[in-house]
Design a protein around this ligand. Structure first.
Ligand SMILES: *Cc1c(COP(=O)(O)O)cnc(C)c1O
Length: 422
């Protein structure tokens, strides 16, 4: 059904129900003023034009009100995070009590492990994907050391089969049958950052729970990209950042999900601060600690409102479009990229991302035969912003909110040019 012509791509853009959203974003240009083909929304999402006015509003309220802004700002700062709750819950498929926006991603991962990684002498191991994002791997290794365990002996890797890139559930099942009693925590990237494989969160959770393991997900590459359904997955916890598909700006705040079944468990130990304390009595200052039910009970500090304003600016757009429409376009535009890449021939490129649209988001990880970083640099010179992951993978993400079918068509044309395939 797809066609490898610029006319076809243009026609698809005209038919695209979401095409008007592109104009709500700043699309980067080269130094001559030519619009770049931006394919790295999976790494740093583009800036919504309205972000500036959201942040400016807080700067103005701070200038005009000083400390009174906590209660008198147009969007009062004290409950500011609550204005993000509904849209966040919707986007990750959770109940409002299960989500909060706070801190940064790796910090949240540690806070979750402080509560949910409860190793004993016999059950202390942590299972992760062999190709987990480095920060996640370093974080779980440090948790093992923190509890006095060896960070090599304590780590179990879910590894692809020989000469494959993707992971098989049967292999996870086998690990659990074999070593399930030793495993305290299963921590998986919801969508793997390298291959783009979107895991069946529910299946992994059920497998883990069957063996009494805690199950958590890092959804940095899932949030805003796929329909996560975190509540239904049954996962114990999840974390994500907001600067990738959620377009909230470099290093912006992160999200956290704690399943409802843990919401009222005050016995669950955690690291706390005044922002995890009951809002009614927070400012009485000398109260005994009284934890807020739900994910908010893991907050530590009063949050950075300027970053939070950027998160709100972005979530307001997602809220308007809805993740269903986004994933619909995502499947179509990603399928188009796949179709065009395949015209290059299997002796030139191999897509390591799953072929099933249900098992991926909009990122395709492209292995180019005999490629090295020079190829990627040529692509960049040709006006394509993609990203390179050692040893030989180019990751491209046609983001449904602001990328076009023409972007995808031109990307592949440029790739052909640098590969001398035209
Ligand atoms: C992007 C990403 C991170 C980055 O962590 P920060 O704490 O935000 O710097 C960590 N883990 C995964 C899986 C990621 O995709």
């Amino acid at each position: 059904m797809y066609e490898a012509t610029l006319d076809y791509a243009k026609q698809q853009d005209e038919l695209d129900e979401l095409s008007s959203y592109r104009s709500q974003f700043h699309i980067p240009k080269d130094k001559h003023g030519n619009t770049l083909i931006y394919m790295t929304g999976n790494s740093l999402g583009l800036q919504p034009k309205q972000t500036k006015s959201y942040i400016n509003q807080e700067l103005e309220d701070w200038a005009n009100l000083g400390v009174e802004g906590h209660t008198e700002a147009r969007t009062p700062w004290l409950p500011y995070h609550e204005f993000l709750t509904q849209s966040t819950a919707r986007i990750v498929g959770a109940k409002p009590i299960e989500v909060v926006t706070m801190n940064t991603l790796t910090t949240n991962l540690h806070l979750m492990m402080a509560s949910f990684y409860k190793p004993t002498k016999t059950r202390y191991k942590i299972l992760i994907e062999s190709d987990a994002f480095p920060s996640d791997k370093y974080a779980v290794e440090s948790q093992l050391r923190h509890h006095g365990f060896d960070d090599k002996a304590g780590l179990i890797l879910w590894t692809p089969r020989q000469d494959e890139a993707l992971l098989h559930y049967e292999d996870l099942e086998a690990i659990l049958e074999d070593q399930g009693d030793d495993i305290a925590l299963i921590m998986i990237g919801g969508v793997n950052y390298y291959t783009g494989q979107y895991f069946d969160l529910k299946r992994i959770t059920q497998l883990g729970h069957k063996h009494q393991c805690i199950v958590g997900f890092d959804c940095a590459h899932g949030v805003g990209n796929v329909e996560l359904n975190l509540h239904d997955s049954g996962a114990d916890f999840a974390v994500w950042c907001t600067y990738k598909y959620l377009n909230s700006g470099p290093g912006s705040l992160a999200g956290c999900f704690v399943h409802e079944r843990h919401a009222y468990n005050k016995a669950l130990n955690r690291f706390t601060g005044w922002w995890s304390h009951n809002k009614e009595t927070r400012f009485n200052m000398r109260q005994e600690f009284d934890v807020i039910p739900g994910a908010e009970g893991w907050q530590l500090s009063n949050p950075p409102i300027l970053s939070m304003a950027a998160v709100k600016a972005s979530l307001d757009i997602f809220n308007e479009v809805g993740i269903k429409k986004l994933t619909l376009k995502s499947k179509k535009i990603t399928g188009y990229l796949e179709f065009l890449l395949k015209t290059l021939g299997e002796d030139t490129i191999k897509i390591i991302t799953p072929t099933s649209p249900e098992e991926r988001g909009c990122q395709l990880s492209i292995q180019v035969l005999d490629a090295n970083k020079a190829l990627h640099n040529k692509l960049t010179k040709a006006g394509v912003i993609s990203d390179w992951r050692e040893p030989d993978v180019i990751r491209c993400a046609p983001v449904p909110l602001y990328n076009t079918f023409q972007d995808v068509y031109l990307l592949v044309e440029k790739l052909k040019e640098v590969l001398n395939k035209n």
